[in-house]
Design a protein around this ligand. Structure first.
Ligand SMILES: [Fe+2]
Ligand SMILES: [Fe+2]
Length: 324
């Protein structure tokens, strides 16, 4: 397992680069209704990361210097993911309402509150609970990366593609932290392994549902992860999680998303068909999620050719072909 160096992480950390993006081009090309809905969901989840951090700080994790150092930077980077997505939406002519943040916070579900209370209680009882939060965090980061990858590969807007690629790089670093922390706390600890498995089987839900709404999540699932090929990045993510001691069984992510996609498509067949027909064509960037996660941390974010060729080409193909 590769080491995670917190000092290196701090050196490379910061708000995702946004100011150099070609917003005129973004506005000219625009984005689809489905992209707007998906980006709004992702952005809302990102800007509410501090609510998740409140849970993460519960109990014994607050006494761990490395965790506190990481979380301080993590929440800043996640907030800027949300802000960058909001700015891009505005640039594409789809600005949110001024009180959007407050509305979303008010709508955070009752179950989110219940989960937070239960999580706080459990986290105070045993230091082993830190492993639950770390494994959970690793799953969330990979899920976010897979969702961004799905949009990035299919959008007809190269500016959006570029921003999502940058965000994914930061999600990769976040995943590395959580994974390494979970691994070291699970290795050789059968009781911790049992606790983490129990918590995931009974409490885990796909990231963002409490804050941004299950209906929106189900829409993303139906549009981007509605078939076996679409769910490949999710299975890859599961395989990585299965590398954690005691979590060899983990298959909740693809099952949960498949169920959401199936139910939503059955209830809204025309809406899903329309959204899928508006997706950009697949880019030539056929790297697996695994390959993207392996990318060099220090690769320049704006080097020529950073955007996959087909994404650049699709600037002129403003009417994207339907999914192959
Ligand atoms: Fe993020
Ligand atoms: Fe992240």
């Amino acid at each position: 397992m590769p080491e995670f160096h917190i000092e290196r992480f701090l050196e490379l950390s910061g708000a995702v680069q946004f100011d150099d993006l070609d917003l005129d081009l973004c506005r000219k090309i625009g984005i689809t209704d489905a992209e707007e809905r998906i980006l709004r969901y992702m952005g809302d989840t990102e800007t509410h990361t501090v609510l998740y951090m409140r849970d993460l700080l519960a109990g014994h994790s607050a006494a761990d210097e490395e965790i506190i150092t990481f979380l301080s930077v993590w929440v800043y980077e996640e907030l800027h993911h949300g802000r960058a997505l909001a700015k891009l939406l505005a640039a594409a002519g789809r600005a949110g309402t001024p009180d959007h943040y407050t509305q979303v916070t008010r709508g955070a579900s009752f179950r989110e509150t219940i989960d937070a209370v239960l999580g706080h209680l459990a986290a105070s009882l045993t230091p082993r609970f830190i492993a639950v939060h770390m494994a959970w965090g690793a799953i969330n980061e990979l899920t976010a990366a897979a969702a961004y990858q799905a949009v990035e590969r299919r959008t007809g807007n190269p500016v959006l593609s570029k921003l999502l690629n940058r965000i994914m790089r930061q999600e990769r670093k976040h995943f590395s932290f959580y994974y390494q922390q979970a691994h070291k706390r699970l290795e050789g600890e059968p009781r911790t392994q049992a606790l983490v498995s129990f918590a995931l089987r009974n409490m885990w839900r796909v990231v963002g549902t409490g804050v941004s709404g299950e209906e929106n999540l189900a829409f993303i699932a139906a549009v981007h992860f509605g078939d076996e090929e679409g769910r490949r990045p999710l299975r890859e993510a599961e395989q990585k999680i299965q590398g954690l001691p005691g979590l060899e069984w983990f298959d909740l992510l693809s099952k949960a998303v498949a169920k959401l996609a199936e139910d939503y498509t059955r209830a809204h067949p025309e809406e899903v068909a329309k959204a899928r027909s508006e997706l950009g064509r697949w880019s030539s960037d056929t790297r697996s999620l695994e390959a993207i996660l392996r990318d060099d941390d220090e690769a320049p974010q704006n080097e020529p050719g950073f955007i996959p060729e087909a994404s650049s080409a699709s600037v002129t193909a403003n009417q994207p072909a339907s999914l192959a």
